[in-house]
Every structure is written in structure tokens, then in C-alpha cells.
Design a protein around this ligand. Structure first.
Ligand SMILES: Nc1ncnc2c1ncn2[C@@H]1O[C@H](COP(=O)(O)OP(=O)(O)O)[C@@H](O)[C@H]1O
Ligand SMILES: [Mg+2]
Length: 235
């Protein structure tokens, strides 16, 4: 049995005939904070979609919480300890804030997170508990998406561009939140275009180009560390 929380081993993934991931290798160990970076269209979201069975895997393997998934299904990752905060947040429109949170508990495992703890992390969500989720601001919807993922008590939380379209002051708040979640023991895989957030949150990076991981290394919170990362996302 693997000690890794998530392992993608030479994964080949497709949408129909379109071959998007090419022998992609990626792993996350317990408690790690990993950033997955790369320009638009390189296949970052497809890594998530492969895990959820939305993109089809036709080679390689995905191991989640020690379990090899030959044909991943949408609920399996959460059952085996990997929760996803999807790109674009995907808040359910006709449900309240609290109902959106409860959706995340479907694959509930034992652990510290429940509605009360999520409200302690994000007091604004408690104030707005009975409001429709989609009536929240963009930043609040992102907090709700993070809270919903935590409700599964994951060992690893996968965040797909969580700060896209958010104001810098909200990005700063989320950086603090992500560090707090990590400090509580949850590993992070942060897909992100904002490298100043990456240096604040991640300890290791994997850079993708054209459907593969082409570089990786430690993240250094310095000017030089930032420049190294920016190289992988510069257009
Ligand atoms: N549902 C889909 N069907 C077909 N092609 C897709 C689909 N989603 C993404 N793609 C293509 O797969 C490639 C990788 O996309 P994506 O994983 O979304 O990139 P990223 O998240 O790095 O911006 C792109 O060329 C994109 O056009
Ligand atoms: Mg994407």
C-alpha cells in the first residue's frame, strides 16, 4: 500500500479523441502543500477531471488513499480522502449556504470538520447560512466551496484556481485560510496562476506544459523563487 495520498503514474487522459495528458506523473504525500502551475490550456483542470472520471484515462494509473482507481468515478476520490474545490466554484444555485455545505458531507469520513467548525473558519458563512449560495460575493462563494470540500474531512484538498477573478484583499484572506487548513493537517494541491499566492502557500511546485509535468522543485518565498515560478506561467 502506498503512503501517498494521491499518485498519478504515467497517466494518459482524453476527451473523446483529444489526447490531453501525456504520461503525467504527480504525487502528494500526507501534509504536503504542493502547487500545480502552468499556462492556460496545459491540462491542469484535466488532472482534476481525470481523478473525477470526467476525462477518460486510457493509460497509467491513479492511486487515491492507497486505492488504485482503474476507472475513477466522481464520488470515489472524496471517499478515499481527496476532496475537490472545482474551478469556477460550482455553488448549487437553489440551495442555501448551509445546504451547500451539507452536500460536501455526502462522502463523510471521520475527522474534525463539521458545519460548526466551518463557521468558525469562515464566520461570514454563518451570518449568511440561510441565504442562497449563489447570492454571495465571489470571495464568499469561494469560501463556501472550500468549506464544502472540508466537510468530507479530506486528507488532501485539491483547489483549482481558487483565486481566479477575486480582489487582492480576498486573495490575502484565502492565503491565510489555506495555511490554517494545512496547519490543521490537511494536505493541499493548489492549482494557481497567481504566483505570489503560490509562494505564500506551497512548499513544492510541479510545472506543466502540454499535458506533462516538465519541472518541479521547492518553492522559495523570495524574489528569485517568485521569478522561477513566473517563468512557467509567462505567456
Ligand atoms: N470537456 C472538454 N472537451 C474537450 N477538450 C477539452 C475539454 N476541457 C478541456 N479541453 C481541452 O483540454 C486542454 C487542457 O484544458 P484544461 O485542462 O482545462 O487546461 P488548464 O486547466 O491548464 O487551463 C485544452 O486544450 C482544452 O481546450
Ligand atoms: Mg483550468
Amino acid at each position: 500500500m502506498s503512503a501517498l495520498l494521491l499518485e498519478l503514474d504515467k497517466v494518459q487522459a482524453f476527451y473523446g479523441a483529444a489526447h490531453v495528458l501525456h504520461a503525467l506523473d504527480l504525487s502528494v504525500a500526507p501534509g504536503e502543500r504542493v502547487a500545480l502551475i502552468g499556462r492556460n490550456g496545459v491540462g491542469k483542470t484535466t488532472v482534476v477531471n481525470t481523478l473525477l472520471g470526467i476525462a477518460s484515462m486510457r493509460g497509467g494509473r491513479v492511486v487515491v488513499g492507497g486505492r488504485t482507481l482503474r476507472r475513477p468515478r466522481p464520488y470515489e476520490a472524496a471517499q478515499h480522502g481527496v476532496a475537490v474545490v472545482p474551478q469556477g466554484r460550482r455553488i448549487v444555485a437553489n440551495l442555501t449556504v448551509q445546504e451547500n455545505l451539507q452536500l460536501g458531507a455526502a462522502a463523510r469520513r471521520k475527522g474534525p470538520w463539521n458545519v460548526a467548525e466551518i463557521y468558525r473558519l469562515f464566520p461570514i458563512l454563518q451570518e449568511r447560512a440561510h441565504t442562497r449560495g449563489t447570492a454571495l460575493s465571489g470571495g464568499q462563494q469561494q469560501m463556501l466551496a472550500v468549506g464544502r470540500a472540508l466537510m468530507a474531512n479530506p486528507a488532501l484538498i485539491l483547489l483549482d484556481e481558487p483565486t481566479e477573478g477575486l480582489a487582492p484583499v480576498i486573495v490575502d484572506q484565502l492565503a491565510v485560510i489555506f495555511r490554517r487548513v494545512a496547519a490543521q493537517g490537511t494536505a493541499l494541491l493548489l492549482i494557481e496562476q497567481n504566483m505570489s499566492l503560490v509562494v505564500r502557500v506551497a512548499e513544492r511546485y510541479c510545472a506543466m506544459a502540454k499535458g506533462s509535468v516538465v519541472a518541479q522543485g521547492p518553492v522559495e518565498d523570495s524574489k528569485q523563487g517568485l521569478a522561477t515560478l513566473e517563468n512557467h506561467v509567462a505567456v
